[in-house]
Design a protein around this ligand. Structure first.
Ligand code: PRP
Ligand code: MN
Ligand code: MG
Length: 184
């Protein structure tokens, strides 16, 4: 097995850029929710690194929770439904919820999940998403906190996977074409 760095073509966003942007996002959230308690809901698995970094940049009481969801939607069947594979542990009634995601692509997952959380009686539901592939959007979603808008390229790292791998890369990277060639 080779080291991960041999599979990378380009680093698009460095660790330093990530850290700086996450800090800014955390400071903005701290300002916007002053005097309030927040429930941060990380969507596993992709959100893990961003969730861990973001929560430590928020200087307010935070309740941490996670969900596992899978979207049924695709270009042809786009039902806009999500299946909840692991639900929240906490009751969010009357609480301020921020859903934390590594990336938003078609928007189908978030467009389906947000109303579910709102219907449970949350005081507010907002989204904090590190990467926004806006060109790919199929469902309009209101994202309050965005780390970076990125072009429609296949990226990995900082939680984003290719075939479940590369989530542990500390940068946002483009994979070398040989990785895809080997997979065929
Ligand atoms: C990826 C990503 C987002 C979702 C975005 O998760 O982490 O959760 O897809 O796609 P959408 O905007 O088109 O709905 P994935 O389902 O691959 O699971 P993972 O987080 O475990 O990788
Ligand atoms: Mn995900
Ligand atoms: Mg994935």
């Amino acid at each position: 097995m080779e080291n991960l760095k041999h599979d990378i073509k380009t680093v698009l966003i460095t660790r330093e850029q990530i850290a700086k942007r996450v800090r800014e996002m955390g400071q903005q959230i701290t300002k916007d929710y002053a005097g309030k308690e927040i429930v941060l809901v990380g969507i596993l698995k992709g959100a893990m690194p961003f969730l861990c970094d973001l929560m430590r940049e928020i200087d307010l009481p935070v309740i941490l929770d996670t969900m596992v969801v899978s979207s049924y939607g695709d270009a042809t069947t786009s039902s806009g439904l999500v299946k909840i594979k692991k639900d929240l542990d906490s009751d969010i009634r009357g609480r301020h919820v921020i859903v934390v995601e590594d990336i938003i692509d078609t928007g189908i997952t978030m467009a389906a999940l947000t109303p579910i959380l709102e219907k449970r009686g949350a005081a507010s539901v907002e989204l904090a998403i590190f990467l926004d592939k806006r060109e790919r959007r199929e469902k309009e979603v209101n994202v309050k906190y965005i780390g970076y808008e990125i072009p429609d390229k296949f990226i990995v790292g900082y939680g984003c996977d290719y075939a479940q791998k590369y989530r542990n890369l500390p940068e946002i990277c483009e994979l070398d074409n040989k990785v895809f060639a080997q997979a065929k």
